[in-house]
Design a protein. Structure first.
Length: 567
């Protein structure tokens, strides 16, 4: 009987490991893009497609096998928090509805993915896949630091590697998670191998990973990376009493990583030392302004999806401009961001999420204290860098892989730490499965079209906006996925065509589009083109109004100064 049970489990686990390896390889791909966030980045589309596939697999399980659905407190808190954010849509201006809609869909997709993860048995081997993915990013960055990374496909700007995520802090928080994963595999006895020789080799590889990850994290000079490193060190400190020898070896490996970082900083071609004073000042100004906005509208907020417009114009009303801060699209703190946009509903939504995460952390801590399970708390510690990062930047908009990783780690900790699982009836579970399955399938198809649309627009933009035919003939679903970006490109193309055709309708279309666009975004080039076109159309009064607004927002831009002074 035991043999029969083992044979049944083996194909499932091997299939799962194959999928995990495939995902780890997909994560390393650098796809052509023009930067940005959300679906503008093909890496994010890939991550969302994977999340939809996992949700689809869980939904099929309930539809076909008649399994009972597991419901945990975190899932309930997350669901209620998402529903609360629907309320501000009713009083938010329709101009901001598209931006708000994407935000809500991302939260809903994350909730479905989290629910799917709770239903699946995720093997502990997933930590080795995380380790492999992080190792490639850290090794590539290390090679770039010492001047041997010409073969690395990822960018390096001012001596700092950007990795596949195209941003230093995202790379740092990801490597910090890998450091926590390596320490977990090194310290917890449940991962030890039976063979002494194989275990010695495994420990050697893991210690080498700890040395490399620590060295690269220090060299990246990312504050969130340093905080993540400190969070990862909680695990060996907690293990000092239980496993003193292993914990000392782990701490020694971290110390060796610090020495490696000094060596890497000395051999790098460019100085990695940089001042963080300006960055600190900018972040403090963002937080102060965001808090002032909360104080002015604490109950209803400024409108879901309105942050970029509202923040810049709030500062403008106070006599400040974009100088020193640039165009701020996020206050670098998720709690403040939601409170500013959605008021008390956003605050309650975030507090519910915090309570949900806190419940997972508390149960994991209780399991650690009682000695019944050590892995749940270790998984929470691995997730700490991502949680910290969400309160200093907006990592999940820039990298959906980070969002997927956070949900995966929390779901594993949630599932392993709860003793009595709450299950709903099989019939209701099957009904939920039938509801979730089409949503997941539509998500997969949509991500395919989004990938196609993104690559078409990237090719169009890199080609100097010459061949408009592929953009115009884009499938409607792909066009909808990139509606704002596509409209922007087509309007710029229209201006280029006006120089050849002198068709006044192209200018009229641009002014109508620009007035709506500037109610969502703050773009100096769009302001400048709108002002020039309004002047050309003999609409001096409206041109003066827009130029005064633009000169207040961009006082250092000489294009707006003459117009602002015109009476």
């Amino acid at each position: 009987m035991k043999k029969l049970m083992t044979t049944k489990k083996k194909p499932t686990m091997s299939y799962f490991m194959c999928v995990a390896v495939f995902i780890a390889l997909l994560m390393q791909l650098k796809l052509p893009n023009m930067g940005g966030s959300g679906l503008a980045l093909p890496q994010n589309i890939l991550a969302w497609a994977i999340m939809c596939c996992v949700t689809c697999a869980a939904a099929i399980r309930f539809c076909c096998r008649g399994a009972a659905l597991t419901v945990n407190p975190m899932l309930c808190f997350y669901g209620v928090g998402t529903v609360l954010l629907v309320v501000p849509l009713f009083y938010t201006s329709s101009v901001w509805h598209p931006l708000a809609g994407w935000h809500l869909m991302a939260l809903l997709g994350g909730w479905l993915f989290y629910g799917a993860l709770l239903q699946l048995r995720i093997g502990k081997g997933i930590l080795y896949m995380l380790l492999a993915a992080v190792y490639w990013q850290a090794f590539s960055a290390g090679m770039q630091f010492i001047g041997l990374g010409d073969w690395v496909p990822y960018a390096q700007i001012n001596g700092r590697p950007y990795g596949v995520f195209q941003q230093v802090n995202l790379l740092a928080s990801f490597i910090a998670c890998g450091l926590g994963g390596a320490l977990t595999l090194l310290l917890l006895p449940e991962f030890a191998l039976a063979s002494r020789r194989q275990e010695g080799l495994r420990n050697l590889v893991l210690q080498a990973c700890v040395v490399l990850f620590t060295g690269v994290l220090v060299c990246l000079q990312s504050r969130i990376g340093w905080l993540g490193t400190a969070a990862a060190l909680l695990l060996p400190l907690l293990c000092l009493r239980r496993y003193p020898r292993s914990a000392c070896y782990a701490i020694a490996a971290v110390a060796a990583g610090l020495l490696l970082s000094l060596l890497m900083l000395q051999t790098t071609e460019e100085s990695a030392t940089r001042s963080m004073v300006m960055s600190n000042h900018a972040r403090l100004a963002m937080l102060q302004t965001a808090w002032s906005m909360v104080e002015q509208r604490p109950w209803l907020g400024w409108g879901l999806g309105s942050f970029e417009y509202s923040f810049q114009h709030f500062r403008l009303a106070q006599g400040f401009s974009t100088d020193g801060l640039g165009v701020v699209t996020h206050p670098h703190n998720e709690l403040l961001f939601m409170w500013v946009e959605a008021g008390v509903f956003g605050l309650l939504s975030m507090l519910l999420l915090i309570v949900g995460v806190g419940s997972v952390l508390w149960r994991s801590w209780c399991c650690w204290q009682k000695g019944c399970a050590e892995l749940p708390l270790a998984l929470c510690i691995i997730a700490f860098p991502l949680l910290l990062h969400s309160q200093t930047e907006y990592p999940f908009s820039l990298s959906a892989w980070h969002w997927a990783l956070l949900l995966l780690l929390l779901a594993m900790a949630d599932r392993l730490s709860i003793r009595r699982r709450r299950r709903i009836s099989v019939n209701l579970s099957r009904f939920v499965g039938f509801l979730a399955l089409p949503v997941a399938l539509v998500g997969i198809v949509f991500m395919g079209y989004a990938m196609y649309g993104g690559l078409v627009l990237t090719a169009f933009e890199r080609g100097g906006l010459r061949d408009i035919a592929p953009v115009r003939s884009m499938p409607s679903l792909a066009a909808w996925a990139h509606q704002e970006r596509r409209d922007f490109d087509m309007q710029i193309y229209g201006l280029l065509m006006y120089n050849q055709t002198q068709n006044p309708r192209l200018l009229t279309d641009y002014t109508g589009w620009a007035k709506v666009y500037l109610q969502r975004h703050t773009d100096a080039n769009v302001y400048y083109s709108l002002i020039k076109i309004l002047l050309f159309q003999d609409n001096a009064a409206e041109s003066l109004r827009w130029s005064q607004e633009a000169s207040g927002l961009f006082p250092q831009d000489s294009r707006f100064v003459p117009q602002a002074r015109t009476k």
